[in-house]
Design a protein around this ligand. Structure first.
Ligand code: ATP
Ligand code: MG
Length: 442
């Protein structure tokens, strides 16, 4: 029989393994803490939705809907009908669907956040994957500029808590639909005058969604796009006032930003304030977080109209940035490693370990490395494992100790190998001496 070939993960979809997964858990922990500090509550929606939620919500003529979604037809039900489903390419549409479906805004606005995998069939490269993860924050049912500012400050608080310093904030206002219509006419006229410089995507979008052309990543079109009519020059009084109010709050909060008139975001649902946090440390994939106001989305997917604002950040990019910036993330290590010398010691040792764990001590138990009766291995090999585990103490369950109803606690790091005997009968009495002094950053 030939050896079965090794099955690999799907291109652009990554396994998240130790020790890296500890960095993910740490980031998630910080996210939860910062969200709680701002009174944002967690929401979990399905990873799949009806395709039409995204085509209607994100816009037909967007990169995501045109070419990046994983969509398929479900099996037929007993009536012969089959749903068109998509893996979610982003989190806002699903969250908004859930808010509308469950009438979550019945007693006022809600501040919500989510965290989870998203799927886009893009060309995999550094900072760009086919399964990636987002943290998103959304405030629904609030129309004022103070919540736009709160959103931005929330992201800034997250950068601070994570220890990220290399970021800049770009802001723009997309105004309201009628203002966009006027700008759109001017934009079409401008691009029509320069037809020959448009790439294929742009030519296709010229009449369906010219604003999207401004979002192009084609270097050859940058100069053309630079000279295009700016939406910001078409804002009416109310839109200008809203934008000014957001900036006044940011200013008072000591936040710096720069206005980027070309910032239109990749999705159709935005209006008024849009923003991105960008870093210089990650090369081409420098946008770590993007968002804005989307006052018409709820209505668009069939809910009761309500204003909303939100952002999403890319977890992979933020983790990469943490690495680039050399941020130290606490690495998990057990407090103690249990060295167990004989088969007789296993049961009493495990009893003791469970009691210690119940007191909040993290303990790793030595276990037989191989199959069958090969045993636990020599003292020496067990101590090697104990060292590698990062534990500060070894708990030695040997024949001597057992006979005396005790366990030896040996300091592995500081304390130069000092050891004491402790009673097996009452682990709660000495558990405290094993715990790490400062429960690190967690
Ligand atoms: P980009 O311009 O880089 O394609 P985007 O505008 O498509 O980003 P959003 O839809 O705003 O991105 O998603 C919010 C964040 O999610 C991005 O700022 C980025 O950090 C992250 N992100 C988006 N697509 C990917 C991907 N394919 N792989 C990893 N992270 C991604
Ligand atoms: Mg994109």
């Amino acid at each position: 029989m030939s050896k079965p070939h090794q099955i690999t993960a799907i291109k652009g979809m990554n396994d998240i393994l130790p020790p890296d997964s500890a960095r993910w858990e740490w980031l998630e922990h910080v996210v939860r803490r910062v969200m709680a500090a701002h009174a944002y509550r967690n929401v979990r929606t399905p990873i799949m939705e009806l395709t039409q939620l995204f085509t209607r919500g994100l816009g037909e003529v967007t990169d995501i809907v045109e070419k990046e979604m994983y969509s398929f037809q479900d099996r037929q039900d007993k009536h012969g009908d089959a749903d068109h489903l998509s893996l979610r390419p982003e989190g806002t549409a699903g969250l908004v669907r859930a808010v509308a479906e469950h009438n979550l805004l019945y007693d006022g606005g809600k501040r919500l956040y989510y965290l989870g995998p998203m799927f886009r069939r893009e060309r995999p490269q550094r900072g760009r994957y086919r399964q990636f993860h987002q943290v998103g924050a959304e405030a629904l049912g609030f129309g004022g500029p103070e919540v736009d500012a709160e959103m931005i400050l929330l992201a800034v608080a997250l950068w601070r808590e994570l220890g990220i310093t290399n970021w800049r904030l770009e802001l723009n206002s997309l105004g309201q639909p009628d203002e966009r219509r006027q700008h759109r006419a001017a934009l079409i006229a401008y691009f029509e005058q320069h037809q020959e410089q448009l790439d294929e995507d742009a030519r296709r979008r010229l009449h369906s969604n010219p604003l999207r052309i401004l979002d192009t990543k084609n270097p050859a079109m940058q100069a053309l796009v630079e000279g295009a009519p700016k939406l910001i020059d078409y804002l009416g009084e109310a839109s200008q006032k809203h934008f000014a109010a957001v900036q006044a709050i940011l200013q008072a909060s000591g936040i710096e930003w720069r206005i980027n008139p070309r910032l239109v975001r990749g999705l159709d649902y935005y209006n008024l304030t849009v923003f991105e946090f960008i870093t210089e440390s990650l090369g081409a994939q420098g946008t770590i977080c993007g968002g804005g106001r989307y006052d018409y989305l709820i209505e668009q997917i069939g809910g009761k109209p309500a204003p909303a604002v939100g952002w999403a950040l890319g977890v992979e990019r933020v983790l990469e940035l943490l690495r680039e910036e050399g941020v130290q993330v606490p690495e998990p290590a057990p407090d103690a490693y249990a060295v167990i010398t004989g088969a007789d010691a296993v049961a009493p040792a495990m009893r003791c370990l469970q009691a210690l764990r119940a007191q909040g001590v993290a303990v790793q138990m030595h276990a037989a490395p191989g199959a069958g009766d090969a045993g636990m291995g020599s003292m020496k090999s067990q101590f090697k494992r104990a060292d590698a585990s990062g534990a500060r103490y070894a708990l030695i369950f040997g024949a001597d100790e057992l006979a005396a109803g005790e366990v030896t606690v040996k300091a592995l790091r500081d304390g130069g190998g000092a050891q004491v005997r402790q009673p097996l009968a009452d682990p709660a009495a000495w558990a405290g001496s094993l715990k790490s002094p400062a429960d690190s950053k967690h």
